[in-house]
Design a protein around this ligand. Sequence first.
Ligand SMILES: Cc1cc2nc3c(=O)[nH]c(=O)nc-3n(C[C@H](O)[C@H](O)[C@H](O)COP(=O)(O)OP(=O)(O)OC[C@H]3O[C@@H](n4cnc5c(N)ncnc54)[C@H](O)[C@@H]3O)c2cc1C
Length: 389
Amino acid sequence: MTTYPLELLDLDDALTAEERGIRDVVRELVASRVRPYVADWYEQGRAPVRELAAEFGRVGLLGMHLTGYGCAGASATAYGLACLELEAGDSGVRSLASVQGSLAMYAIWRYGSEEQKQRWLPSMAAGTTVGCFGLTEPDHGSDPASMTTRARRDGTDWVLDGGKMWITNAPVADVAVIWARTDDGVRGFVVPMSTPGVTAREIRRKMSLRASSTGEIVLDDVRLPAEAQLPGAVGLKAPLSCLTEARFGIVWGALGAARDCLHTALEYATTREQFGRPIAGFQLTQAKLADMAVELQKGYLLALHLGRLADAGRLRPEQVSVGKLNNVREALAIARQCRTILGANGISGEYPLLRHANNLESVLTYEGTSEVHQLVIGQRLTGISAFTG
Ligand SMILES: Cc1cc2nc3c(=O)[nH]c(=O)nc-3n(C[C@H](O)[C@H](O)[C@H](O)COP(=O)(O)OP(=O)(O)OC[C@H]3O[C@@H](n4cnc5c(N)ncnc54)[C@H](O)[C@@H]3O)c2cc1C
């Protein structure tokens, strides 16, 4: 008899019936709409983003932790569980939902005018409008405060110039939330991608997150009406608060990729025979499996704790940094270790291991690199900022 890693500590008991129900719906959706196809999407380097968005919208996954405007109003923990199940399919697929719900929709939901919310959120929740979130620039990643994209007033209009890089969903998006420097500091703008002067180009030759659309956005003399500005977003703390939302989903999501790797390795190890016995019967293999199961469950308990804090309205950004740093780092270590258990098959696209491991390289970098999260935690511990030296 084998026991699946997350059953070792009966961690399901820590969830409510409603949370388990939401988790199961997403698990089934991933089983039918993602798993059978994702290896091909990955190999081809393209995913059916619009179709997936519509499917996710139909079951209420997009912006599911937001309230009103067609959003499901689920708990943060339920949202985390959904991210875990999506990323058990593929990190790129989870990224689609994270960027739509936690970055683009959240920015409008939290900082937008009533008119902006009414205009954009219902169709984004339904997945018929795809959004993206442009903060990173070619020369400014970890340090968005130094961004060079500018928005200047011209009468009552705004005119945007600059460029954004590595923007998830951008090549297929209908709308972008763009962060730009103004004379009064950083501000956010809701930019329809059809606006004259906006162009998006797909970034090719990615070796990671291949089942996700990632692009560069060029903004050339883009004229927007005054109402395009997000009235509540003042300064860099606005986009950073959106990132905290999305990182929370990553804390959970990364565990999904790790769980899928561990399930695959367990099944393989119990059936693959060498030296006349299943490789799962070798102590060295069991040591790997046991250590990985322990790490997976520690990560899950951490995610659950952060979820409960979020649902109580008490989650702080540096706590999310702890979760993102630990869970992505451990998920990547698990994916690589599982890869070794499958030997040569571990590098084959017939199995999900190297796909997950490669995807997690992006997850380690985006939404704050692991080094940035170490600096956030270090600053909280010591009271000294080490960001500039
Ligand atoms: C697949 C993918 C999708 C993405 N999607 C989006 C998106 O939708 N929207 C968006 O805005 N961005 C997105 N990003 C961009 C992502 O957020 C950035 O890549 C990330 O913030 C890091 O920036 P950078 O790549 O410019 O690296 P850099 O900032 O140049 O960092 C390079 C290295 O230097 C280290 N470093 C930097 N500063 C310090 C410091 N002070 N101390 C110690 N080490 C430091 C970093 O940790 C890293 O190891 C995406 C990236 C990827 C790969």
